[in-house]
Structures are given as C-alpha cells and as structure tokens.
Write a protein that binds this ligand. Structure first.
Ligand code: NAP
Length: 235
C-alpha cells in the first residue's frame, strides 16, 4: 500500500491531487482544517480523511499521530494548503504586517510544521516524496522581468511567501539528499479556484498534474527542483 497525505484537500487543486492519486490506487488521505468539509470531500472520493489545520501545532501533531497509528508510514506528503489575503490596495507599502503574518503562517510556517511532523513517517518509506505547492508568482527571475507577464502582479506577501517556500524546498532537499526522500516545488499555473475567485485560465485538475507527477517520480527523478508541466520554472 502506498500512502499519501494532501493538505487543503477538501477543494481546489488539493482535492484534484487527492482524486488523481486515489485513481492510481494510492491511499490518499484528504487532510482538511474543517472536519465536516474534509469528511464530505473524502466521502465523494472514497478516500480517508484527517483533520489538519496547518497553522495549529496541536492539530498537526494529532494528524501525524493518527497517520502513524492507522498506517505506520507515509510515502507522499503534498503541502498544498495555501491562502491569499486580498487587499483593496495591493501596493507593498500598503500591505499591513498582519497580512504577512497570516500568509506566511499558512504558506510557509504551515509547510515547515507539517513537514517536520510527517518526516519521521516519510523516513520509514522506501521512496518518500514531498511536494510543496509553490507558484510562478514566487519566482524572483520572472518577477524582475519588466516585459514578462508577472511584472504587474506585485503581491508582496503571497509572492515572497512562495519565494520563501522555494528556499524551504531546497533546504529540505539538501538535508535529505542522501536519503530516498525527494523534495520538490510544483507550479500549478493559474487555475480557476476559490483562491483567485475562479479567475484562472486552467482547471484545478490541470494544476494538480505536476504535483501528482512529482509525488510519484521514480528514484532517478529530481530533488530540490521547481517544476511545472513543461519543465523547470526559473527560480
Ligand atoms: P483553494 O481552492 O482556495 O484551496 C485552498 C485549500 O487550502 C483549501 O482546502 C483550504 O481549506 C486549505 N487551507 C487554507 N488554510 C488552511 C489551513 N490553515 N490548514 C489547512 N488547510 C488550509 O486554493 P487552490 O488554488 O486550490 O490552492 C492550492 C495551492 O496551490 C495553494 O498553496 C496555492 O497557493 C497554490 N497555487 C494556486 C494557484 C491558482 O491559480 N489557483 C496558482 C499557484 C499556486 P478551507 O476550504 O477550509 O479554506
């Protein structure tokens, strides 16, 4: 049996990742911060669920304990849960510190907390995989191109949190370099989900594909990479 845990899997891209992993015969655990939303989503997919709020350390610890008791091992962790905080004025200088705290709390610190809690279980897997859902908006190289499509999208809290997540990905990949565990960042592209009031031009299923690929890559696959459907995303 191959086990996977996907955070924020009750809707959006995370739901599609759980569905696609489940279709491959993987026991994909739908992790959701709200018990009822998690139960309902898992029920639709015929998959197990666990309550997990990535910003609540007690909830993270309890989820890891539940996975350990029920499965004893975790093969795949997809750190998918993420938020944006919309502002009337998106200028960096108009962004309250509290917005940074909220966004970093989920999109960066949440990933670190869940990864650390699940790592002992991932180490028991013969081929552990960690996938962090990043964004092209976190790419410094794309952000600084005045002629590129990302120049106008200057959301300082969200974008810098995804840049930080990219470095977190690299740092864990390096620590785990001599183990079977691979750690990669995925760019799903701009997908129509609640995160962006469904303005994306891709579907959540399309966004899920790269995460599923990285969650199931073989031993020759990359670690410490930032990938999208057609290859590497520039850092
Ligand atoms: P979404 O539809 O808004 O789903 C976000 C998921 O994260 C929901 O299940 C949400 O749960 C969960 N979540 C939020 N805070 C949480 C917390 N503290 N603990 C546990 N779960 C929490 O957004 P999405 O577009 O699918 O986003 C998924 C990931 O892809 C995010 O990391 C996002 O940054 C990334 N991404 C998205 C796009 C895009 O175009 N959509 C592009 C690039 C990257 P609730 O239902 O309880 O709120």
């Amino acid at each position: 049996m191959t086990t996977a845990l996907i955070t924020g899997a009750n809707k959006g891209i995370g739901f599609e990742i759980a569905r696609l992993l489940g279709e491959r015969g993987i026991t994909a655990i739908v992790a959701a911060r709200d018990e009822e939303r998690g139960r309902a989503a898992a029920g639709r997919l015929g998959l197990p669920h666990v309550r997990l709020d990535v910003t609540d350390e007690a909830s993270v610890r309890a989820a890891a304990k539940q996975v350990e008791e029920e499965y004893g091992v975790l093969d795949i962790l997809v750190n998918n849960a993420g938020i944006t905080v919309w502002q009337d004025d998106e200028r960096p200088s108009a962004t309250p510190l509290e917005v940074f705290r909220q966004v970093y709390g989920t999109n960066v610190f949440g990933v670190v907390a869940v990864t650390n809690a699940m790592l002992p279980l991932l180490r028991r897997s013969p081929a552990g995989r960690i996938v962090n859902m990043s964004s092209e908006l976190g790419s410094l190289a794309l952000a600084v191109d005045p002629d590129g499509p990302f120049w106008p999208h200057n959301y300082v809290a969200y974008n810098s949190a995804k840049s930080a997540l990219n470095m977190v990905t690299v740092a864990y990949a390096k620590e785990l370099w001599d183990t079977p565990i691979k750690v990669n960042a995925a760019n799903p592209g701009y997908c129509a989900t609640d995160l962006n009031a469904r303005t994306g031009h891709r579907t959540a299923e399309q966004g899920a594909a790269i995460a599923v690929r990285l969650a199931t890559i073989g031993p020759d696959g990359p670690s410490g990479a930032f990938l999208q459907d057609d290859g590497s995303v520039p850092w």
